[in-house]
Design a protein around this ligand. Structure first.
Ligand SMILES: Cc1cc2nc3c(=O)[nH]c(=O)nc-3n(C[C@H](O)[C@H](O)[C@H](O)COP(=O)(O)OP(=O)(O)OC[C@H]3O[C@@H](n4cnc5c(N)ncnc54)[C@H](O)[C@@H]3O)c2cc1C
Length: 404
């Protein structure tokens, strides 16, 4: 069986390690931080993510800690009018086979980490920074910052949006700065007025800005984020920002939403980055996954879901005792590339066309949304929330190749 090095122990890296270990190989996770941890508050998981988690054997612990929300709601951020609502009820769950839920990032990451720690074929290497690799016909030599070289049959670059593996493979420079600034905080639900404790993912759309909130941690917390397309040109990550500054930046917010915004005490600010789709995710025995392969804006709430799907497909293509490792990795990229690129593009489109329009464009959006029935809304996300990974037998195309 193979020895597979995984650069990065985030959601994508741990999921990949688990998938290849479950396929019978040994995975070595090289993580630059001395602790395996996931920063940040909440994350939305659509049924396609739960499908992947089930295939990785961790749907149950993640599901047990997740909050099952009742709807995805889009409201006008100034008038407070409900523009559209997708129910996430039993009918939704029957259609997609799994729930839509929100979970603390730490809970998702720790479920994956525990499964890796319990798996005899996953070896974790904290405090190990990957700086590059040398690919040869017989092996890949992974170079680390402390001067070591780790020899493996394959290298999976799961080292995030500023991936070193990608930099060597594609040399395509830093990620694209979107010009969208996001402020994030978490509020105790006990502080939230009872009439605003909605068990849903809520998006208040304003001209060039929007606010999102949803419950977390068994409903004990409220995850709150507000974003403006302000043309910021420099990437910023997690800078503390005062409550007064956040409140002053969104004077037009509807009083109900503003009441929520006012509850935030400790705000942090990011300027969002992404990458345009690339057709290249592999080079010989090296492949990219997760944000390293397809970093996207968060507007479809699918970046981590895609990383989980990647992991399952990677495990599938490496099933058996592949002689042609490079060929299997090329197949992985082929199976995943088109879908991931579509999600990248849709994520950007959702920001412009659904969340941020103003004036006439907003009127047109409202009319378009009003014309859609609940069934139309579900049909629109069939391709995304549905189960591209297939049934228990797995991804059809991958399975066909692996079995022949
Ligand atoms: C505001 C916001 C909201 C979001 N909301 C959602 C959502 O609701 N649903 C959803 O599905 N997605 C969401 N996402 C996207 C999601 O967070 C990412 O797509 C996902 O975390 C990517 O995981 P990853 O493992 O590929 O990368 P990362 O999480 O970036 O992990 C990379 C890991 O690699 C390590 N590393 C980096 N460089 C090296 C190196 N050289 N050597 C060794 N280790 C290295 C890092 O320390 C890290 O542990 C959101 C993103 C943002 C910004």
């Amino acid at each position: 069986m193979l020895n597979i090095a995984v650069a990065g122990g985030g959601i994508g890296g741990l999921a990949s390690a688990l998938a290849v270990a479950r396929a019978g190989h040994t995975a070595h996770v090289l993580e630059r931080n001395t602790d395996f941890a996931e920063l940040g508050a909440g994350i939305q998981l659509a049924p396609n993510a739960f499908q992947a988690l089930r295939r990785l054997g961790v749907a149950e612990p993640v599901g047990a800690r997740a909050v099952r929300v009742e709807a995805l709601r889009l409201l006008d951020a100034r008038s407070g009018a409900l523009l559209t609502e997708m129910p996430l009820d039993d009918a939704y769950q029957r259609r997609f086979g799994d729930p839509y839920a929100v979970v603390r990032r730490g809970d998702l990451h720790s479920a994956l980490l525990s499964a890796c720690q319990e798996h005899e074929r996953v070896v974790l290497h904290p405090g190990t920074t990957v700086t590059g690799y040398r690919d040869t016909p017989d092996a890949v030599h992974v170079i680390t910052a402390d001067g070591r070289t780790v020899e493996a049959d394959a290298l999976v670059g799961a080292d995030g949006i500023r991936s070193r593996v990608r930099a060597q493979m594609l040399d395509d420079g830093p990620p694209r700065v979107s010009g969208h600034t996001i402020h994030r905080t978490v509020v105790p639900m006990a502080d939230v007025p009872a009439e605003l404790r909605w068990n849903s993912v809520n998006l208040w759309a304003g001209p060039g800005w929007h606010m999102v909130h949803y419950p977390l941690a068994n409903g004990e917390k409220l995850n709150l984020a507000i974003t403006r397309d302000d043309g910021a040109r420099a990437a910023v990550a997690g800078v503390p920002t005062s409550r007064d500054e956040v409140l002053a930046s969104f004077p037009d917010l509807h009083p109900r939403a503003r009441a929520l915004l006012g509850l935030g005490r400790e705000w942090r600010t990011w300027v969002l980055c992404d990458r345009p789709p690339t057709g290249t995710w592999t080079e010989g025995r090296v492949c990219l996954t997760g944000d390293a392969a397809h970093a996207m804006l968060q507007y479809a709430a699918q970046g981590a879901c895609m990383a989980l799907e990647d992991a399952v497909v990677l495990g599938e293509v490496l099933e058996g005792a592949p002689v042609d490792v490079a060929g299997r990795l090329a197949l992985f990229a082929e199976l995943r590339g088109e879908r991931a690129a579509r999600v990248q593009e849709v994520s950007t489109w959702m920001g412009h066309a659904l969340y941020h329009p103003g004036g006439t464009a907003a009127v047109e959006r409202d009319a378009m949304l009003a014309s859609l029935s609940p069934d139309d809304l579900l049909a629109a996300v069939d391709w995304l929330h549905g189960h591209p990974l297939g049934g228990p037998a797995g991804h059809g195309a991958a399975q066909a190749v692996v079995l022949t």
